[in-house]
Design a protein around this ligand. Structure first.
Ligand SMILES: [Zn+2]
Length: 279
């Protein structure tokens, strides 16, 4: 009787042990998710902007661009540059704020008109140029301070309506063809000028295409970020912004963002992925 009881207990313990071993093995077996992560060779889920939804795209992009850092792979894919321009597009978020991102993947659409558009003082702009209030104030302060040092910062094209961009884009398309026009002009609804936060500038005499050669450009390089402005399409970020280098196009993002962008040598897309977009 006693023996039987003992046997029964042993069997129970044995079952328990087998169950436990099984449980441990099951838990250590890599899941499909882990396997996919391993394919990325150490892309770290701890990166804030790592988005598991994009994992297959990260893997594909990494294979194509082996010398990029893992962080850059994640940033580039999150921006969307693994897909063709004007495909995979979505409506811009954070409208009527300094955080809004408008590029070849994020659009405002034809009905968007920002709040608080105001004329820029004609001391610092061509007639009828508008920016949203906060950007207008910052721009005038910047241009005023530049003027004190003997530099002419003039806004030559600022807020542009959807309709204006339709006409502009069509003109370029007719002249150079769609493919070429797409490299230097935004399609209607995709122009940052429609946010009222961007402006093209020149010094009042030199053609804006040659702004880079002027002393005003050098002043802007040194000072724009102190007023909340950034050079929006830098030379070394053509891939990320989707635009050729433009020494004349500046975007208001607010001082905190502009200082960070300047310090870390980012473009606005990269800043947006790191600091604004939520995952
Ligand atoms: Zn521009």
């Amino acid at each position: 009787m006693k023996r039987k009881k003992l046997k029964k207990r042993n069997i129970l313990i044995l079952i328990l042990i087998i169950f436990l071993i099984g449980f441990i093995i099951m838990n250590n077996k890599p899941s499909t998710k882990d396997k996919r992560l391993k394919e990325l060779n150490n892309i770290d889920q701890k990166i804030d902007y790592f988005n598991y939804k994009n994992i297959n795209r990260y893997i594909k992009y990494k294979k194509k661009h082996k010398n990029l850092s893992n962080k850059q792979v994640i940033i580039d894919v999150n921006i969307g540059i693994d897909k063709k321009y004007y495909t995979n597009t979505k409506k811009s978020k954070y409208l009527n704020t300094n955080k809004v991102l408008v590029n070849k993947y994020n659009y405002l659409g034809k009905n968007y008109i920002p709040n608080n558009l105001e004329n820029i003082n004609i001391k610092y702009a061509r007639k009828g140029m508008k920016l949203v209030k906060e950007a207008r104030i910052a721009f005038e302060k910047m241009a005023k301070d530049a003027k004190k040092d003997g530099y002419n910062i003039i806004a030559m094209s600022s807020y542009r309506s959807y309709k204006y961009q339709v006409d502009l884009y069509n003109k370029y398309k007719k002249k150079d063809g769609k493919e070429a026009a797409d490299t230097y002009s935004a399609r209607p609804g995709y122009s940052e000028h429609q946010t009222g936060l961007a402006t093209d500038i020149y010094n009042g005499k030199t053609d804006f295409n040659n702004f880079e050669k002027t002393k005003e450009f050098k002043w802007m390089q040194k000072n724009a970020h102190k007023y909340g402005f950034i050079l929006r399409f830098p030379k070394d970020k053509v891939k990320q912004t989707g635009y050729q280098y433009e020494s004349w196009h500046y975007r208001y993002v607010g001082k905190k963002a502009s200082k960070y962008i300047k310090k870390h040598k980012l473009c606005f897309e990269e800043y947006y992925i790191k600091k604004i977009e939520e995952y």
